[in-house]
Design a protein around this ligand. Structure first.
Ligand code: KG4
Ligand code: ZN
Length: 335
Protein backbone atom coordinates (compact mmCIF):
# COMPACT_ATOMS: atom_id res chain seq x y z
CA UNK A 1 0.00 0.00 0.00
CA UNK A 2 1.30 3.45 -0.80
CA UNK A 3 1.91 5.98 1.95
CA UNK A 4 -0.70 8.34 3.34
CA UNK A 5 0.79 11.83 3.58
CA UNK A 6 -1.44 14.46 5.15
CA UNK A 7 -0.96 18.22 5.35
CA UNK A 8 -3.05 19.66 8.20
CA UNK A 9 -4.00 23.24 8.97
CA UNK A 10 -5.30 24.73 12.22
CA UNK A 11 -6.65 28.29 12.32
CA UNK A 12 -9.57 28.24 14.76
CA UNK A 13 -8.44 31.00 17.11
CA UNK A 14 -5.19 32.95 17.30
CA UNK A 15 -2.62 30.36 16.25
CA UNK A 16 -1.80 29.64 12.61
CA UNK A 17 -0.45 26.10 12.46
CA UNK A 18 0.47 23.46 9.88
CA UNK A 19 1.77 19.89 10.21
CA UNK A 20 2.77 17.04 7.94
CA UNK A 21 2.02 13.45 8.96
CA UNK A 22 3.12 10.33 7.05
CA UNK A 23 1.41 7.02 7.82
CA UNK A 24 0.50 8.25 11.30
CA UNK A 25 4.00 9.55 12.03
CA UNK A 26 4.54 13.28 12.57
CA UNK A 27 7.14 14.78 10.22
CA UNK A 28 6.72 18.47 11.07
CA UNK A 29 4.66 20.73 13.31
CA UNK A 30 4.82 24.51 12.85
CA UNK A 31 3.01 27.26 14.77
CA UNK A 32 2.90 31.04 14.34
CA UNK A 33 1.59 32.86 17.41
CA UNK A 34 -0.22 36.18 17.11
CA UNK A 35 1.26 38.82 19.40
CA UNK A 36 -1.13 41.51 18.15
CA UNK A 37 -3.81 40.59 20.75
CA UNK A 38 -1.68 41.15 23.87
CA UNK A 39 -2.22 44.92 23.86
CA UNK A 40 -6.03 44.40 23.81
CA UNK A 41 -6.15 41.89 26.67
CA UNK A 42 -7.86 39.22 24.55
CA UNK A 43 -8.26 37.88 21.02
CA UNK A 44 -9.69 40.46 18.58
CA UNK A 45 -11.43 38.35 15.87
CA UNK A 46 -10.87 40.80 13.02
CA UNK A 47 -7.15 41.04 13.77
CA UNK A 48 -6.90 37.27 14.19
CA UNK A 49 -8.22 36.58 10.68
CA UNK A 50 -5.88 39.17 9.17
CA UNK A 51 -2.89 37.64 10.96
CA UNK A 52 -3.93 34.17 9.68
CA UNK A 53 -3.93 35.59 6.15
CA UNK A 54 -0.37 36.82 6.64
CA UNK A 55 0.92 33.64 8.28
CA UNK A 56 -0.74 30.79 6.45
CA UNK A 57 1.48 30.60 3.34
CA UNK A 58 4.83 30.84 5.18
CA UNK A 59 3.63 28.44 7.91
CA UNK A 60 2.57 25.80 5.36
CA UNK A 61 5.78 26.29 3.36
CA UNK A 62 7.87 25.81 6.53
CA UNK A 63 5.92 22.69 7.54
CA UNK A 64 6.55 21.12 4.10
CA UNK A 65 10.20 22.11 4.15
CA UNK A 66 10.84 20.73 7.65
CA UNK A 67 9.08 17.49 6.71
CA UNK A 68 11.20 17.18 3.57
CA UNK A 69 7.96 16.77 1.64
CA UNK A 70 7.02 18.28 -1.72
CA UNK A 71 3.51 19.58 -2.25
CA UNK A 72 2.91 16.91 -4.94
CA UNK A 73 3.58 14.18 -2.35
CA UNK A 74 0.59 15.21 -0.20
CA UNK A 75 -2.35 12.76 -0.49
CA UNK A 76 -4.92 14.72 1.51
CA UNK A 77 -5.40 18.14 3.07
CA UNK A 78 -6.98 18.47 6.50
CA UNK A 79 -8.33 21.57 8.22
CA UNK A 80 -10.21 22.61 11.35
CA UNK A 81 -13.86 23.13 10.41
CA UNK A 82 -14.91 24.32 13.88
CA UNK A 83 -15.66 25.27 16.58
CA UNK A 84 -13.82 28.58 16.63
CA UNK A 85 -13.85 32.15 15.35
CA UNK A 86 -15.54 32.25 11.96
CA UNK A 87 -13.13 34.72 10.35
CA UNK A 88 -10.16 32.67 11.56
CA UNK A 89 -11.62 29.34 10.42
CA UNK A 90 -12.43 30.78 6.98
CA UNK A 91 -8.75 31.36 6.25
CA UNK A 92 -7.79 27.74 6.90
CA UNK A 93 -10.86 26.29 5.15
CA UNK A 94 -10.38 28.43 2.03
CA UNK A 95 -6.69 27.65 1.86
CA UNK A 96 -7.38 23.91 2.17
CA UNK A 97 -10.08 24.00 -0.49
CA UNK A 98 -7.83 25.88 -2.92
CA UNK A 99 -5.04 23.36 -2.43
CA UNK A 100 -7.37 20.38 -2.76
CA UNK A 101 -8.71 21.78 -6.02
CA UNK A 102 -5.29 22.56 -7.42
CA UNK A 103 -3.74 19.21 -6.44
CA UNK A 104 -6.90 17.10 -6.98
CA UNK A 105 -6.59 15.57 -3.50
CA UNK A 106 -9.32 14.91 -0.89
CA UNK A 107 -10.32 17.34 1.83
CA UNK A 108 -10.72 16.18 5.42
CA UNK A 109 -12.58 18.36 7.94
CA UNK A 110 -11.64 18.03 11.60
CA UNK A 111 -13.52 18.96 14.78
CA UNK A 112 -11.13 21.01 16.91
CA UNK A 113 -12.19 19.46 20.25
CA UNK A 114 -12.02 15.90 18.90
CA UNK A 115 -8.53 16.74 17.72
CA UNK A 116 -7.52 17.88 21.23
CA UNK A 117 -8.57 14.41 22.48
CA UNK A 118 -6.77 12.57 19.67
CA UNK A 119 -3.56 14.52 20.39
CA UNK A 120 -2.90 11.50 22.62
CA UNK A 121 -2.27 9.40 19.52
CA UNK A 122 0.54 11.54 18.10
CA UNK A 123 3.13 9.77 20.29
CA UNK A 124 3.35 6.92 22.79
CA UNK A 125 2.03 6.11 25.34
CA UNK A 126 -1.40 5.91 23.68
CA UNK A 127 -4.44 5.29 25.88
CA UNK A 128 -6.48 2.13 25.23
CA UNK A 129 -10.24 2.42 24.54
CA UNK A 130 -12.44 3.26 26.32
CA UNK A 131 -10.88 6.15 28.23
CA UNK A 132 -12.02 9.44 29.71
CA UNK A 133 -10.52 12.70 28.53
CA UNK A 134 -10.82 15.97 30.43
CA UNK A 135 -10.57 18.52 27.62
CA UNK A 136 -9.84 21.96 29.00
CA UNK A 137 -9.19 25.02 26.85
CA UNK A 138 -9.96 28.70 26.50
CA UNK A 139 -13.37 27.91 25.03
CA UNK A 140 -14.30 24.48 26.43
CA UNK A 141 -14.36 22.36 29.55
CA UNK A 142 -15.55 18.84 28.82
CA UNK A 143 -15.34 15.32 30.18
CA UNK A 144 -15.34 13.12 27.08
CA UNK A 145 -16.03 9.39 27.00
CA UNK A 146 -13.83 8.08 24.20
CA UNK A 147 -14.93 4.72 22.77
CA UNK A 148 -12.84 4.77 19.63
CA UNK A 149 -10.84 7.21 17.48
CA UNK A 150 -13.92 8.67 15.89
CA UNK A 151 -16.53 7.66 18.45
CA UNK A 152 -16.70 9.91 21.49
CA UNK A 153 -19.35 11.67 23.53
CA UNK A 154 -19.43 14.48 26.08
CA UNK A 155 -20.64 13.28 29.49
CA UNK A 156 -20.03 16.53 31.36
CA UNK A 157 -19.29 20.14 30.44
CA UNK A 158 -19.31 23.70 31.66
CA UNK A 159 -22.61 25.51 31.88
CA UNK A 160 -20.99 28.93 31.58
CA UNK A 161 -17.30 29.93 31.35
CA UNK A 162 -14.56 27.56 30.25
CA UNK A 163 -11.82 26.93 32.78
CA UNK A 164 -9.20 28.56 30.51
CA UNK A 165 -11.40 31.66 30.43
CA UNK A 166 -11.55 31.57 34.25
CA UNK A 167 -7.74 31.42 34.39
CA UNK A 168 -7.42 34.29 31.89
CA UNK A 169 -10.03 36.46 33.63
CA UNK A 170 -8.51 35.88 37.07
CA UNK A 171 -5.14 36.86 35.59
CA UNK A 172 -6.63 40.03 34.14
CA UNK A 173 -8.02 40.96 37.59
CA UNK A 174 -4.48 40.56 38.91
CA UNK A 175 -3.20 42.94 36.24
CA UNK A 176 -1.45 40.24 34.20
CA UNK A 177 -1.38 40.40 30.37
CA UNK A 178 -3.33 38.08 28.03
CA UNK A 179 -3.30 35.10 27.94
CA UNK A 180 -2.89 34.99 31.69
CA UNK A 181 -3.27 31.22 32.29
CA UNK A 182 0.42 30.42 31.79
CA UNK A 183 1.40 33.44 33.95
CA UNK A 184 -0.79 32.29 36.84
CA UNK A 185 0.97 28.94 36.54
CA UNK A 186 4.36 30.66 36.61
CA UNK A 187 3.75 32.94 39.63
CA UNK A 188 1.97 30.13 41.50
CA UNK A 189 5.23 28.15 41.62
CA UNK A 190 6.43 30.46 44.42
CA UNK A 191 3.08 30.76 46.21
CA UNK A 192 1.06 29.04 48.93
CA UNK A 193 -2.03 27.35 47.42
CA UNK A 194 -3.79 27.14 50.82
CA UNK A 195 -3.40 30.81 51.78
CA UNK A 196 -6.77 31.96 50.35
CA UNK A 197 -9.89 29.84 49.91
CA UNK A 198 -12.67 30.60 47.44
CA UNK A 199 -16.16 29.07 47.58
CA UNK A 200 -16.82 26.26 45.09
CA UNK A 201 -20.35 26.22 43.66
CA UNK A 202 -22.06 22.80 43.72
CA UNK A 203 -23.29 21.81 40.25
CA UNK A 204 -25.31 18.63 39.73
CA UNK A 205 -24.07 15.64 37.72
CA UNK A 206 -20.81 15.82 35.82
CA UNK A 207 -21.18 19.44 34.71
CA UNK A 208 -19.07 22.43 35.69
CA UNK A 209 -19.58 26.12 36.40
CA UNK A 210 -16.80 28.70 36.64
CA UNK A 211 -18.66 32.01 36.60
CA UNK A 212 -19.33 32.00 40.38
CA UNK A 213 -15.71 31.54 41.33
CA UNK A 214 -14.70 34.32 38.96
CA UNK A 215 -17.10 36.75 40.68
CA UNK A 216 -16.03 35.58 44.16
CA UNK A 217 -12.41 36.25 43.22
CA UNK A 218 -13.24 39.73 41.93
CA UNK A 219 -15.16 40.72 45.09
CA UNK A 220 -12.42 39.30 47.29
CA UNK A 221 -9.77 41.38 45.49
CA UNK A 222 -11.88 44.55 45.63
CA UNK A 223 -12.49 44.13 49.36
CA UNK A 224 -8.83 43.53 50.14
CA UNK A 225 -7.68 46.43 47.99
CA UNK A 226 -9.95 48.81 49.88
CA UNK A 227 -7.94 48.02 53.00
CA UNK A 228 -4.57 47.79 51.27
CA UNK A 229 -4.10 49.26 47.79
CA UNK A 230 -0.94 47.15 47.35
CA UNK A 231 -2.67 43.90 48.26
CA UNK A 232 -2.26 42.30 44.81
CA UNK A 233 1.39 43.23 44.35
CA UNK A 234 2.27 42.05 47.88
CA UNK A 235 0.44 38.73 47.54
CA UNK A 236 0.67 37.91 43.85
CA UNK A 237 2.26 34.47 44.17
CA UNK A 238 -0.17 33.31 46.90
CA UNK A 239 -3.16 34.68 44.97
CA UNK A 240 -2.07 32.84 41.81
CA UNK A 241 -1.38 29.61 43.71
CA UNK A 242 -4.71 29.77 45.58
CA UNK A 243 -6.95 30.50 42.58
CA UNK A 244 -5.12 27.89 40.53
CA UNK A 245 -5.51 25.31 43.30
CA UNK A 246 -9.26 26.02 43.49
CA UNK A 247 -9.80 25.76 39.71
CA UNK A 248 -7.81 22.52 39.47
CA UNK A 249 -9.65 21.08 42.48
CA UNK A 250 -13.02 21.77 40.81
CA UNK A 251 -11.82 20.07 37.61
CA UNK A 252 -10.51 16.96 39.35
CA UNK A 253 -13.46 16.39 41.70
CA UNK A 254 -15.82 15.97 38.75
CA UNK A 255 -13.30 13.91 36.83
CA UNK A 256 -13.03 11.53 39.80
CA UNK A 257 -16.81 11.33 39.99
CA UNK A 258 -17.01 10.54 36.26
CA UNK A 259 -14.31 7.86 36.45
CA UNK A 260 -15.98 6.15 39.39
CA UNK A 261 -19.43 6.37 37.77
CA UNK A 262 -18.22 5.01 34.42
CA UNK A 263 -15.81 2.52 36.08
CA UNK A 264 -12.97 3.68 33.87
CA UNK A 265 -9.36 3.77 34.99
CA UNK A 266 -7.63 5.14 31.87
CA UNK A 267 -7.76 8.91 32.29
CA UNK A 268 -6.38 11.56 29.94
CA UNK A 269 -6.23 15.36 29.85
CA UNK A 270 -6.05 17.57 26.78
CA UNK A 271 -6.37 21.19 25.63
CA UNK A 272 -4.47 24.36 26.54
CA UNK A 273 -5.14 24.19 30.29
CA UNK A 274 -3.69 20.65 30.32
CA UNK A 275 -0.35 22.48 30.07
CA UNK A 276 -0.94 23.71 33.66
CA UNK A 277 1.71 22.28 35.96
CA UNK A 278 -0.56 22.10 39.03
CA UNK A 279 -3.23 20.21 37.07
CA UNK A 280 -0.60 17.76 35.82
CA UNK A 281 0.78 17.27 39.35
CA UNK A 282 -2.58 16.91 41.10
CA UNK A 283 -3.87 14.58 38.39
CA UNK A 284 -0.88 12.29 38.82
CA UNK A 285 -1.41 12.24 42.61
CA UNK A 286 -5.13 11.55 42.24
CA UNK A 287 -4.34 8.86 39.70
CA UNK A 288 -2.16 7.06 42.23
CA UNK A 289 -4.90 7.24 44.87
CA UNK A 290 -7.60 6.01 42.50
CA UNK A 291 -5.50 3.39 40.70
CA UNK A 292 -5.73 5.17 37.36
CA UNK A 293 -3.41 5.01 34.41
CA UNK A 294 -2.97 8.71 33.61
CA UNK A 295 -2.14 10.14 30.15
CA UNK A 296 -0.71 13.65 29.91
CA UNK A 297 0.37 14.95 26.48
CA UNK A 298 3.55 16.91 25.83
CA UNK A 299 3.12 20.67 26.28
CA UNK A 300 3.22 21.40 22.56
CA UNK A 301 0.33 19.00 21.88
CA UNK A 302 -1.86 20.54 24.63
CA UNK A 303 -2.23 24.08 23.29
CA UNK A 304 -3.58 24.62 19.77
CA UNK A 305 -1.47 22.89 17.11
CA UNK A 306 -1.84 21.24 13.71
CA UNK A 307 -0.32 17.88 14.69
CA UNK A 308 -3.57 17.01 16.47
CA UNK A 309 -5.54 17.98 13.34
CA UNK A 310 -3.26 15.76 11.24
CA UNK A 311 -3.60 12.68 13.47
CA UNK A 312 -7.40 13.05 13.55
CA UNK A 313 -7.43 13.39 9.77
CA UNK A 314 -5.34 10.22 9.49
CA UNK A 315 -8.01 8.17 11.27
CA UNK A 316 -10.70 9.82 9.15
CA UNK A 317 -8.72 8.97 6.01
CA UNK A 318 -8.51 5.32 7.09
CA UNK A 319 -12.28 5.38 7.75
CA UNK A 320 -12.93 6.96 4.33
CA UNK A 321 -14.45 10.14 5.81
CA UNK A 322 -13.83 12.96 3.37
CA UNK A 323 -15.49 16.37 2.95
CA UNK A 324 -17.27 17.95 0.02
CA UNK A 325 -15.73 20.96 -1.76
CA UNK A 326 -18.81 22.92 -0.60
CA UNK A 327 -17.86 22.53 3.06
CA UNK A 328 -18.11 25.70 5.18
CA UNK A 329 -16.64 26.51 8.61
CA UNK A 330 -18.80 26.32 11.73
CA UNK A 331 -18.29 28.66 14.69
CA UNK A 332 -20.31 26.19 16.76
CA UNK A 333 -20.02 22.55 15.92
CA UNK A 334 -21.50 19.44 17.52
CA UNK A 335 -19.34 16.40 18.19
O1 KG4 B 1 -6.46 24.87 23.61
P1 KG4 B 1 -6.00 26.27 23.62
O2 KG4 B 1 -4.58 26.55 23.18
O3 KG4 B 1 -6.92 27.18 22.75
C1 KG4 B 1 -8.31 27.02 22.73
O4 KG4 B 1 -8.79 26.16 21.94
O5 KG4 B 1 -8.96 27.72 23.56
O6 KG4 B 1 -6.21 26.83 25.11
C2 KG4 B 1 -5.90 28.14 25.47
C3 KG4 B 1 -6.19 28.32 26.95
C4 KG4 B 1 -6.04 29.78 27.42
O7 KG4 B 1 -7.15 30.09 28.24
C5 KG4 B 1 -4.74 29.75 28.22
O8 KG4 B 1 -4.69 30.72 29.24
C6 KG4 B 1 -4.80 28.36 28.80
O9 KG4 B 1 -5.26 27.55 27.75
N1 KG4 B 1 -3.47 27.89 29.25
C7 KG4 B 1 -3.16 27.69 30.55
C8 KG4 B 1 -1.80 27.28 30.57
N2 KG4 B 1 -1.33 27.25 29.28
C9 KG4 B 1 -2.38 27.63 28.49
N3 KG4 B 1 -3.89 27.81 31.66
C10 KG4 B 1 -3.30 27.51 32.83
N4 KG4 B 1 -2.02 27.13 32.95
C11 KG4 B 1 -1.23 27.00 31.86
N5 KG4 B 1 0.05 26.61 31.97
ZN1 ZN C 1 -7.95 24.41 21.35
Amino acid sequence: MSSIVILAIESSCDETAAAVLKDGKLLSNVIANQQVHVQYGGVVPELASRAHQQHIVPVVATALERAGTRIDQINAIAFTRGPGLLGSLLVGVSFAKGLALARKIPLIEVHHMQAHVLAHFIEDPKPPFPFLCLTVSGGHTQIVYVEDYLKMRIIGQTQDDAVGEAFDKAAKMLGLPYPGGPLIDKYAQEGNPYRFAFPEVAIPGLNYSFSGIKTAFLYFLQEQQQQNPNFIAENLADLCASIQYTLVDILLKKLRKAARQMKISHIAIAGGVAANSQLRKQLSQLGEQEGWQVYIPKFEYCTDNAAMIAITAYYKYLAGEFSSPQVTPLARMEF
